[in-house]
Design a protein around this ligand. Structure first.
Ligand code: ADP
Ligand code: ZN
Length: 603
């Protein structure tokens, strides 16, 4: 075979002009026969790191993947680019698998995807009949029992090096913590490996946090978000199954095309929702964290966390499912006091209490941050960063403060006068002078602070109490019905020995004149050409038509970024079409004529 450079392969098969940082070095390492460990965030571009060398090298590369849906997505994407790829797994009937094996033996397949258990079962055949260029172990954090996706079969993959001493192994993951890294290296028996840690920055993801919003407020903000992204895809993560169903119902009743996903649904229901989402038949999925691992969909335009996630790792992985194509993508995190109370009790009851509480604390610190949020995330992943990103809420609108001493004193006094035997809701009821059942029962309407904070709305009190908790003026006694206790620092405030600055509550999305749905502004393509919106829609329709014909998701046919480039550059020759971002030779040959036909109507 004529040897081509990695760059030539990248252009010919993928239609990309250059590698992202580190991709080239990773490719070279495997070409030179070295083992490697590759850490990159979701959407960072790991697949290219093993796909390009698989094309370059003689023989067949074997890719281990934990989920059939992931294999399917990758195989479809590879085939759309004219690369021979197959998946050997239990979803196929055995006649199909036999046929795949035959094609592998004939050298028609450059990448063979398989599950760890299948791989182990097929080792004798592989040894006998194939020439393996290298093994790529995708999602290799599944090997670690400390991680969230532990798969026992992964731990047996150390056998690969035993049986194929000369074949390099590349392990890839988006989970970068120390224990996981060490586990991967040890279990896979990596030898003299090279370690590649890509940047965890995803500058196209905007970061927003909204504190203390009620259900109704959240719904309004989410509806705004959805209307900014008409006909586009988004994910909403909730903490509980019940919440997912409730939020989905609310959205459905407002005409949103929405699906629900959680572990309580049957496998077939879950698969259907996932397929509908991937194939753009539903726009929004409301889900628990059970959703996402099998999703490689590149055009997810927003990710909302309806509740606080349990760790920065989960949070980052979940928002990472947005904007894989590199286009601007919104992420939004809601958090309030109930989330924290609930998550704390989960962590307390978990097997690894100490670690989980610590992780939650870091997550909470992120949500409460007064400095650039991206900076916090990058520092968390060990990437020193000291600049402001301009694409998070803190950078865009720095927080403002006011003297909240009197407000805080009122709240503290209410707690003291109930002998610190009340929880959040009762304290707020007392402050607001609400005659709730529990207030009446305990005679709290007779205490001096009753109604002293009437002018502050309920949800604002929730927010101020949360701030007081964060600043250490109060504590939640988890072992005493979650009653609020005043700390020594709180006493300092109560007795006038300390002043308090509270953050001004901003609920800009609530007012009618709130954030404008400004996203309709024309998108500038790479060459700074103004794109034709009508043409974009026409191209999108053609893409959907082709996707349905060939039974693959639309983003496999062509990425949104490519459609934008076409709508801006309007190529009318195959040569120009083939030079577009994301169009390799195969896509040029299979789709060129049809797309050009549509484009010609607009020039
Ligand atoms: P990961 O597996 O790390 O989550 P992917 O391999 O799916 O990420 O890559 C994310 C997206 O980035 C894909 O759409 C991929 O085609 C694109 N991509 C990867 N490398 C490049 C590159 N060098 N130039 C342009 N796009 C790239
Ligand atoms: Zn920032």
């Amino acid at each position: 075979m004529m040897t081509r450079t990695p760059e030539q392969i990248l252009k010919a098969y993928y239609g990309y002009d250059s590698f992202r940082p580190m991709q080239r070095e990773i490719i070279e390492s495997v070409v030179q026969g070295r083992d490697s460990l590759v850490l990159m965030p979701t959407g960072g571009g790991k697949s290219i790191c093993f796909q390009v060398p698989a094309i370059m090298l003689d023989g067949i590369a074997i890719v281990v993947s934990p989920l059939i849906s992931l294999m399917k997505d990758q195989v479809e994407t590879l085939r759309a680019n004219g690369i021979g790829a197959e998946a050997l797994n239990s979803a196929n009937n055995e006649a199909v698998n036999a046929d795949i094996k035959l094609r592998c033996e004939r050298g028609e397949v450059k990448l063979l995807y398989t599950s760890p258990e299948r791989l182990l079962a097929e080792l004798p055949w592989i040894k006998e009949a194939l020439h393996v260029s290298f093994f790529a172990i995708d999602e290799s954090h599944c090997i670690s029992q400390w991680g969230h996706d532990f798969r026992p079969e992964y731990t047996r993959l150390g056998i690969l090096h035993e049986q194929f001493p000369d074949v390099p192994v590349m392990a890839l993951t988006a989970t970068a913590d120390k224990i996981t890294k060490a586990d991967i290296i040890e279990r896979l028996c990596l030898r003299d490996h090279l370690m590649f840690v890509g940047s965890f920055d995803r500058p196209n993801l905007s970061l927003d946090v909204k504190r203390g919003y009620s259900g109704a407020d959240k719904l309004r903000v989410i509806m705004n978000m959805i209307s900014r992204h008409k006909g586009e895809s988004g994910i909403i993560y909730c903490l509980s199954r019940k919440t997912t169903e409730q939020v989905a119902r609310q959205l459905a009743s407002r005409g949103v095309s929405v699906g629900v996903y959680h572990a309580g649904l049957s496998i077939s229901d879950r698969n259907r929702v996932q397929e509908d989402f991937i194939n753009d038949r539903v726009d929004v999925v409301v889900a628990t964290i059970a959703f996402g691992m099998g999703i490689d969909k590149s055009n997810v335009r927003f990710v909302v966390h309806y509740n606080l996630p349990k760790s920065i790792e989960s949070f980052y992985q979940e928002i990472g499912r947005g904007g894989r194509d590199g286009l601007p993508t919104e992420t939004l995190l809601f958090y309030n006091i109930q989330d924290i109370i609930l998550l704390k009790s989960f962590a307390d009851e978990s097997g690894q209490q100490e670690i989980n509480l610590e992780k939650l604390k870091r997550m909470q610190e992120y949500a409460e941050a007064q400095v650039c949020r991206r900076r916090i995330l990058l520092n968390y992943f060990g990437e020193a960063s000291d600049c402001s990103c301009g694409n998070c809420d803190v950078c865009r609108t720095p927080p403002e403060h006011f003297d909240g001493t009197v407000l805080v004193q009122k709240a503290l006094s209410a707690m003291m006068r109930t002998e610190q035997q009340t929880g959040f809701t009762a304290v707020i009821d007392i402050l607001r002078g609400s005659l709730s059942a529990s207030v009446k029962e305990h005679g709290y309407d007779r205490i001096k602070t009753f109604g002293a904070g009437r002018e502050v709305p309920f949800r604002d009190w929730q927010d101020y109490l949360l701030q007081m908790l964060q600043m250490g003026f109060i504590e939640v006694a988890y072992n005493e019905d979650r009653h609020l206790k005043v700390t020594p620092l709180g006493l300092d405030v109560l007795y006038g020995r300390r002043r308090v600055e509270l953050a001004v509550i901003k609920r800009e999305d609530m007012s009618v004149k709130g954030r404008k749905p400004a996203k309709t502004k024309p998108i500038l393509s790479e060459g700074n050409l103004l794109e034709d919106v009508g043409l974009f829609d026409a191209l999108k329709a053609l893409r959907l038509e082709i996707a349905r014909e060939s039974k693959v998701p639309a983003y496999v046919v062509m990425s949104d970024k490519t459609l934008h480039a076409l709508a801006a550059n309007k190529p009318t020759t195959l040569l120009a079409f083939g030079n577009t971002y994301g169009i390799g030779e195969h896509k040029c040959n299979t789709y060129g004529v049809r797309f050009i036909e549509v484009i010609k109507k607009y020039v």
